[in-house]
Write a protein that binds this ligand. Structure first.
Ligand code: C5P
Length: 418
């Protein structure tokens, strides 16, 4: 990041800290913003002072921290601070503070300042996954979106409470990049204009409709037995999350997995390949990009027994019929969306993967070694497209998914502009 002082007159932001454990990340965020040449005025809620001290924030920013609405001599700190700011950034924003913002409440200095502002408001939510998933929080977040507030995150990951899920605040470095980007955007927008409304950030896949299949499928043999595979669904879910982070409208068709349900997308639960196929056929007409991550069972028993088959000493022969290839079907549609395939191979990765890409006529295919990928947290991908191979080195699945989606976004846009 280049210091934005080099590009414009000094920017001033109000950094609002509310009472959550992620408040410790606000110290690093303040440090990074100050390093960028931004003048940072910290305003804390009373609850935030239980998580991080005002002395820390004062030392990092060089300004006394504002907490109390009545602490300045005229009681006008809210008007003064918001008048001077180029943006207000709330990091972390608790569920409670988001609720206050959504309803226009102003019962302490920070919320009053937000209501009195004449500048963009950026909000970085941080909370436990249940609080984030709660219908009330989701309603409030939608309201903030509608009000033109820019939401930064949250992301999914391990939480302070030890659980894993959506609600973790973005890291300080990511937030600093977003804040600097927003300040630059609003400069560009406001040239020759008196409006200070922040533009909705254009993300790489803003508004693109993406349909994703994930997880295994389960093909019943009888009432209790079936054929499946060892796919955990982690890669597909990571792809769905990465797509959503990049601004896409995501529909996730998921086979049976034990994973927490991701937020902010439509999820269609299916069990068998036939059900997955039906769901995809229903959705594909309104899809710009199709990413087939699911490990679809290749065969099924043609007529599954409704009752449990009784065990005996005799041999049992099951006749299997092939399942439809969902990706091949979609890729061959006359008005096919941009299709991305996955291939898990146990040997000859490069040759088999490229063969598969050509056979299914895919612009992009991501390949991995099955023995490394299945069930693991980390993976390693090789992307195949018309330009050749691109190696994505070993990383956690979400990092890989983000890199894959950025690559797909570039190809997708290139295809559309031709
Ligand atoms: O099984 P195969 O290696 O051919 O899978 C390659 C790609 O095709 C994957 O993206 C997978 O999700 C997709 N596929 C599918 N329907 C099938 C088999 C595979 O969509 N029946």
């Amino acid at each position: 990041m280049r210091g934005i002082m080099e590009q414009a007159q000094q920017k001033r932001i109000v950094l609002g800290i509310t009472g959550g454990i992620a408040a410790y990340k606000a110290a690093e965020l303040a440090r990074l913003l100050v390093k960028q040449g931004i003048d940072v005025q910290v305003v804390m809620t009373e609850a935030a002072t239980h998580f991080i001290t005002a002395a820390t924030m004062q030392a990092l920013t060089g300004h006394p921290v504002l907490i109390d609405q009545w602490q300045d001599d005229k009681g006008m700190a809210h008007i003064q601070s918001s008048r001077l700011a180029d943006a207000i950034v709330i990091a972390p924003a608790t569920a409670d503070f988001i609720a206050k913002l959504a309803h226009g409440l102003a019962d302490d200095l920070l919320s009053t300042l937000c209501l009195a502002r004449d500048c963009p408001l950026l909000v970085a939510p941080a909370m436990n996954k249940q609080m984030w998933a709660n219908a009330a929080t989701q309603r409030n977040v939608q309201q903030l979106n509608a009000d033109g507030v820019l939401l930064l995150g949250p992301v999914s990951g391990v939480q302070a409470c030890g659980e894993e899920g959506m609600g973790r605040m973005l890291e300080a470095e990511e937030l600093a990049r977003d804040v600097v980007g927003a300040l630059q955007n609003s400069d560009a927008l406001n040239e020759g204009s008196s409006s200070l409304t922040l533009p909705r950030r254009e993300r790489e896949l803003s508004g693109v409709k993406i349909l994703i299949t994930a997880g295994p499928t389960y093909e019943a043999i009888d009432a209790v037995r079936g054929i499946t595979n060892r796919s955990s669904g982690k890669m597909g879910y990571a792809v769905a999350q990465a797509a959503r982070e990049l601004g896409a409208h995501v529909t996730l068709v998921s086979g049976p997995t034990a994973l927490p349900r991701p937020q902010g997308m439509q999820i269609i639960d299916v069990t068998s390949a036939a059900e997955m196929f039906e769901a995809v056929k229903r959705c594909v007409t309104d899809t710009d990009m199709f990413i087939a991550v699911a490990a679809v069972a290749d065969y099924r028993v043609e007529q599954a027994s409704e009752q449990k088959i009784k065990k005996s000493d005799a041999k049992l022969t099951l006749e299997l019929v092939p399942n439809p290839d969902i990706l091949a079907y979609v890729a061959a549609l006359p008005d096919a969306p941009f299709c991305v395939g996955f291939a898990a191979e146990s040997e000859n990765l490069h040759a088999y993967a490229e063969q598969k890409r050509r056979a299914k006529r895919l612009p992009l295919l991501a390949a991995n070694l099955a023995q490394r990928a299945i069930g693991a947290e980390d993976n390693e991908l090789v992307l195949f497209d018309d330009a050749g191979e691109h190696h994505l080195p070993q990383a956690d699945k979400l990092t890989l998914a983000r890199a894959l989606l950025l690559h797909a976004a570039t190809l997708y846009k290139k295809g559309r502009s031709q």
